[in-house]
Write a protein that binds this ligand. Sequence first.
Ligand SMILES: Cc1ncc(COP(=O)(O)O)c(C=O)c1O
Length: 418
Amino acid sequence: MKRPILSPTLAANEKVIALRAAGRKVYHMGFGQAPFPVHPRLHKALCDNAHQQQYLGVAGLPELCEAVLSHQAALTGLNPDDYDVIVGPGSKLILYALQMAIPGDIMLPVPSWVSYAPQAGLLGQRVIDVPTVSVNNTLQLTAESLETAWHEAKRNGLNPTKLLINFPGNPTGITISDPELQAITEFCRQHSTTLISDEIYGRLAFDGQYRSASSHFPEGAVVTTGLSKHLSLGGWRLGVGIVPKAIDGLHQSLIQIASETWSCVSTPVQFAAIEAYTLHADVERFIDNSRQIHKVVNTHIADKLRLMGFDCPTPTGAFYTWPEIASKPDATSTRFSDSQQLADHLLENYGIVSLPGEAFGEDPSKLRLRLSGCDYDGALALSTLEKHGADKLLLNIDEFAPGVSGALQQFEQFAQSH
Ligand SMILES: Cc1ncc(COP(=O)(O)O)c(C=O)c1O
């Protein structure tokens, strides 16, 4: 299969930049970029370290690695002595390095984030799809679906050695329950499968609980996370991998890959990141406020879409919704044969930029879309929250997030079109 040059999410962003430059009104629901300004403490830390010009050690600044482990210990109870850390230029590259460092084929839930499967493809590894099951308005990985996929893969001559999960999830906006996590980790133990747990949205679970696979599977779950989402620092490009010492040689393999590729992450950014992992009260408040705003905006999007007649799970974290347009029992959707065609139609006729479900491995005929609810003025949203409180945030959404309200109006028109 010919792979697109740009990852779909980055391609959507470039399309929006070009359309806006050409004067088109577009509603950007295609890109997962958290909208809040750089926290002043982190801004200052970066400026204070701008003079640092030296390369750092490949694994990352030791003080930063320590801060990361203390931070995870405080939030999830892991024992810092049991882990090594690697710092990378975004968690995306650490995820790629992990796929490279663990030979064999990868089990991926359907749906899952756009880059996992292409990364496996770049490495010449194969992907084993594991269907998720709809339970109580959420999508879950069950012990049965994992077992079935594993046995079928074995029968077909594949070599499943790793499972990658992500929660709260992109594209679904759904987080995971403890029993589900328990079932997944049990499966991994039984089948000697390394669990890669992408927890980049871990601090954006709407109930404020950071759940981690490391709590259930301390010896076999590699956690990836970073600054991009809960601190809106995607462009700083700082991600971390938290690697159990019990997985023999994995940390060394990652360092080898890093040493031949990215060498080290930007030195000023690493120094500034120590502050991000220090649990300062003001930074924690900023994260709490960001999370509350994401919750209000994205729950609102899901509620509105359901009122229009589309199935849409209620998001429980991150900043995404995952409506199924084919679920509406009328002619709105019958004109489209796949989700790409639907996404093209929405852009062309309503100015809505979305990502088609098929980019996430979903059945194209379900006409699923991944909508990002984060294209708004983050500074204004934060000041509105401080001024009026979380309860009143929704009343002010038209002011701080006119693009989101506008997109929903456009969707309304689409829902009524036949
Ligand atoms: C699920 C998921 N994992 C990983 C990443 C990569 O984040 P970063 O490389 O900025 O740490 C993203 C970014 O959109 C994501 O949505």
